[in-house]
Each structure stands twice: as structure tokens, then as C-alpha cells.
Ligand binder design. Structure first.
Ligand code: GDG
Length: 487
């Protein structure tokens, strides 16, 4: 029987490669793709040298859709990183049905509790299978014994079992970055699709979710979909033991916290002070997405303005929306609605010298983002559903110069760890309005005390701990499987 003491390579499979390449006069420039997953894995790849896990070596392979590295590409992150890139090619039409269709027209709304937004198309599922097979083909070519294959997110839920069929001894972990919904939602998928998804996922040895609730929802769906025996968080399939666990993703705390003291950030902070003297600042930043609750947030802020005229002229809401998926009709329509609502609220409450909302539809630079986190008095993070929400954790990490308070949706995964924030129901505009007042009025001692508790938790379980915890627990489940086989 094979024995092993560590994993030799980390093989990541995620929908998108971490970089795109822009042609410039001087050659190609590599730009980091946006999103929580890419930030997390890049931070990890930069830090594997100082690994806290004795179970994994510092070699990373990343398979995903995108281009190969042009030779002239320049970017310190690429030069210093230790990963090899494996591009996966998917025909354009298949990708439209797979990514635009099955992933974003069905799984994304369903798993975020928007069943009425779901589109059920047979061709979507066929394309989903085909795309997962394409990933499998590329991975099977490069996988070798000693690899730890770590598959990420809802675009690749069939992949664990596909790889298992071809490489039965592979070590496979899967992490879901979005919520796993209650069975009442999951059961809305056609029976054969939900069976294939559950069996696809169960090809992994370890299945990770952001929260215990998501892991429990998954187990419930396994019980309702298969005849496998489930004991607490372990599932016994026909031929192996699979474990599910909550691994709440963290952030690179030091990167955000220390950035508050860098000259570039200080430059932006001074600018904010200059432009908004004697004003309280409320801040939010999210990708354009209905799950982020942007319209409901504007309604909550409007209610605050309506009920609390004592705050007029004393507060500004800096509302940043980062372009995302705006080639999709639903997203374009939402953008229009946001803009008309911002216009209406500003039209109603603005005076010559004051505008209650400063709206920006763009991506901020890292230092600008950190400066805004640090200088704002209230972080208003109110998704209608969110797997975790890294912005909430980054906001806490950046409270240095001007300690603020976080108003956080109770249905973001982050609410499980950040319970000293002011937690609210994001659909309740009255509750949101009163939470804003509470955050603005909170005395500095109370804010400090609450922030310290939250900081302690996110320092302790940062993005590195998240990954190492996943590797270590997978290592032990592998040992357990070997011991069971040896009996
Ligand atoms: C998915 C899940 C889960 C945002 N705007 C700017 C900017 N960002 C960065 C933030 C943060 C990341 O993007 C967004 O992460 P979130 O977690 O908030 O959201 P998703 O992209 O939806 O991520 C989510 C995550 O995966 C990880 O598992 O938490 O629930 O939906 O890091 O800082 N960065 C810069 N400028 C911006 O304007 N520089």
C-alpha cells in the first residue's frame, strides 16, 4: 500500500486563470483578474515559502480558462510566483451555454436564493458537462502521484468525480465559494442534474464550505438524493469516505492592515479629509450583482435620510459599484435602476453644498480602496446572500486612523465570525436605517472593543490558515481512508 507524508504539488483547478495579458508598447503586461478566489490563491502562492503546513511543498499548478503566459509578460506577482499555468480551452458557444448559461443563469441565482431568476435549459447542462470534461482532459494529462488537486467553485462541481474515474487514487479537495443552499432550493434542479452534481462533488475526498450551515445543507441534499450513509460530517459512498467541513475563508490581514500606513494610501486619505471635512463617511464597494443587495441598500439609506433629517449635510454615502457581468441583460438593467435611484435620492435631498450619495461605477486601486476602508465611519455591507464576503473582513482589517463600525447583513457567511458588527436583515429598510444611526452614534470605546474582537478572529484565521487547514484536514482524511482500506 502506498504511504505518503506530504503532497508534492498543489494543482488548482478554477474557472479562470489568475491573470489576463494586455498588450502594451513595451510588450505584454499581466493584469490580475478580479474576485475573491484569485486574491486568495495569489496571496497563498506568494506565501507558500513560509508555509505553516508541513504537508505541502511549494509548487503550484493552475488550470483554468485563459491564455498561456506570453514570454514577454511582466508582473512581479508572476515573476515571484511558483506556479505553472495550464490553459483550458472551451469553444466559445459551449462557454456561453456553460458559463453564461448553467453557471450564471442557473446555479448562481439558485444558490443565492433567487429561484425566480433561474433559467432551466437542457443545453446548459450538456455544456456544463462538456466544459467539466475539458478540464478533466487537461488535468489528467498532468496529474502525478503526490499531487493535491484543489478544485474551486460552482463552475466545476462535476470535475471531482470525473477525475476520480480516471485517476482513482488521486487526492482531491473541493471548495465552494458561494452558499450551498437549503435542499428546498437545491431540489428545484431537475432530478438527474442534482444527482449528477451531488455524485460529481462526492468524487472529492474533502468538501469545504464557508459555514457549517452550508455543509449541513449539502449533507441534507446527499441524504435526499442518494442512499449513502452519512454520519455527522462524513459520507460513506460505495468505495470511500468523504468528509465535509466548514473552512471560512480569510484575508491576508497584514497586507490590508499594513497598507493603511503606506505613503500611497496616506495620499488618498489626505485627499478624502480635504474633500470631506467635517462629514461622516459611509462606504460600500461590491461587484455589480443582484446578490449584493445594492438596490435594497439604497432604499435603506433613503429611509435613513427620510427619518433622520438631523444627519442631513453631515453624512456622505460613498457608493462604489465595480463593473461585472454587464454583458448580461439582467445586470445592465440593474445598473440602470441603481443609477436612476441614486439620481432620485440625490435630486430629492441634495443642496447647493451637499450631495448625500457619491456614486462611482468603476474599480478602485488597491490603495484607494484601503484609504476608503480606513477613513469611513460606517462600512455598509448588506448582501441579500453571500458565500462569505471578503470586503467585510478587509474593512475590519483597515480600521486604524479613524475607527468605524461595520453594518453587516446577517445572511453573508462573514456574519458567523463578525458577530460584533451591527447585524441586520438586508431586506428590512427600517432596520438598516436604524443600524446606520447606531453605527454613526456609537462611542469610540464601544467601537474599539468590538473591532478588537473581530480583528483578533480574522488575524487568527487568515487566508493562509484557511488553506493550510484545508490541506491538513485532507491529509488526515487520506490517512483515515488508507487505514480503512488496510483493515
Ligand atoms: C466570491 C463569493 C466569497 C472589490 N472591489 C474592488 C476590489 N475588490 C476586491 C475586494 C475583495 C474581492 O474583490 C471581492 O470579494 P467578495 O468576497 O466580497 O466577493 P466575490 O467576488 O463575490 O467572491 C464571496 C469569495 O468568493 C471568496 O470565497 O467571499 O462570497 O461570492 O477582495 O477587495 N479590489 C480593488 N478595487 C475594487 O474596486 N482593488
Amino acid at each position: 500500500m502506498e504511504t505518503f507524508s506530504h503532497f508534492e504539488r498543489l494543482v488548482i483547478a478554477a474557472y479562470r486563470l489568475p491573470f489576463k495579458f494586455i498588450k502594451t508598447k513595451k510588450g505584454y503586461k499581466a493584469m490580475q483578474n478580479s474576485g475573491g478566489l484569485v486574491s486568495a490563491i495569489l496571496a497563498l502562492s506568494e506565501n507558500l515559502q513560509q508555509t505553516k503546513s508541513e504537508f505541502i511543498d511549494n509548487k503550484i499548478v493552475w488550470a483554468g480558462i485563459g491564455e498561456t503566459l506570453p514570454q514577454q509578460a511582466t508582473n512581479p506577482k508572476i515573476e515571484n510566483s511558483h506556479f505553472e499555468i495550464v490553459p483550458v480551452e472551451i469553444a466559445q458557444r459551449t462557454n456561453e451555454l456553460y458559463y453564461g448559461g448553467f453557471c450564471n443563469d442557473l446555479i448562481w441565482p439558485l444558490f443565492h436564493y433567487f429561484p425566480s431568476y433561474c433559467v432551466f435549459e437542457e443545453s446548459y447542462f450538456e455544456a456544463y458537462k462538456e466544459a467539466n470534461e475539458r478540464f478533466c482532459d487537461e488535468l489528467v494529462k498532468i496529474i502525478r502521484p503526490g499531487d493535491f488537486i484543489w478544485i474551486h467553485d460552482y463552475q466545476l462541481m462535476l470535475l471531482p468525480e470525473m477525475i476520480r474515474q480516471k485517476v482513482p487514487d488521486a487526492t482531491i479537495g473541493f471548495f465552494l465559494h458561494i452558499p450551498f443552499p437549503s435542499f428546498e432550493l437545491f431540489r428545484l434542479l431537475p432530478r438527474n442534474w442534482r444527482e449528477e452534481i451531488i455524485k460529481g462533488l462526492l468524487g472529492a475526498d474533502m468538501l469545504g464550505f464557508h459555514t457549517h450551515d452550508y455543509a449541513q445543507h449539502f449533507i441534507k441534499s446527499v441524504k435526499r438524493t442518494t442512499s449513502y450513509e452519512c454520519r455527522q460530517n462524513q459520507i460513506y459512498t460505495h468505495n470511500k469516505l468523504v468528509k465535509t467541513e466548514a473552512f471560512p475563508i480569510g484575508i491576508d490581514y497584514d497586507k490590508f492592515h499594513l497598507a493603511c500606513f503606506l505613503p500611497k494610501t496616506i495620499h488618498y486619505k489626505n485627499k478624502i479629509k480635504e474633500i470631506m471635512p467635517n462629514q461622516k463617511l459611509i462606504f460600500s464597494v461590491d461587484r455589480l450583482d443582484y446578490s449584493k443587495g445594492l438596490l435594497a441598500r439604497l432604499e435603506g439609506y433613503e429611509t435613513f435620510l427620510e427619518k433622520h433629517s438631523e444627519w442631513h449635510k453631515k453624512v456622505i454615502f460613498n457608493f462604489v459599484v465595480v463593473p461585472s457581468r454587464d454583458n448580461i441583460r439582467k445586470y445592465r438593467e440593474m445598473k440602470k435602476e441603481i443609477e436612476s435611484m441614486v439620481g432620485r435620492i440625490n435630486g430629492k435631498y441634495s443642496t447647493l453644498e451637499w450631495r448625500p450619495i457619491v456614486y462611482q461605477y468603476k474599480s478602485l486601486s488597491f490603495h484607494e480602496l484601503v484609504a476608503l476602508y480606513d477613513m469611513s465611519d460606517v462600512g455598509l455591507i448588506t448582501p441579500l446572500r453571500d458565500g462569505m464576503n471578503l470586503v467585510a473582513k478587509e474593512y475590519i482589517a483597515c480600521q486604524t486612523e479613524n475607527e468605524g463600525m461595520l453594518v453587516l447583513s446577517e445572511v453573508a457567511g462573514a456574519a458567523d465570525e463578525l458577530n460584533e458588527a451591527i447585524l441586520i436583515n438586508p431586506f428590512d429598510r427600517m432596520e438598516m436605517a436604524e443600524a446606520i444611526v447606531k453605527a454613526l452614534d456609537m462611542n469610540s470605546e464601544e467601537k474599539h472593543e468590538r473591532l478588537e474582537k473581530m480583528k483578533e478572529r480574522i488575524i487568527h484565521y487568515d487566508v493562509f490558515q484557511w488553506a493550510f487547514d484545508f490541506f491538513n484536514q485532507t491529509f488526515y482524511i487520506k490517512k483515515q481512508q488508507h487505514a480503512m482500506k488496510a483493515k
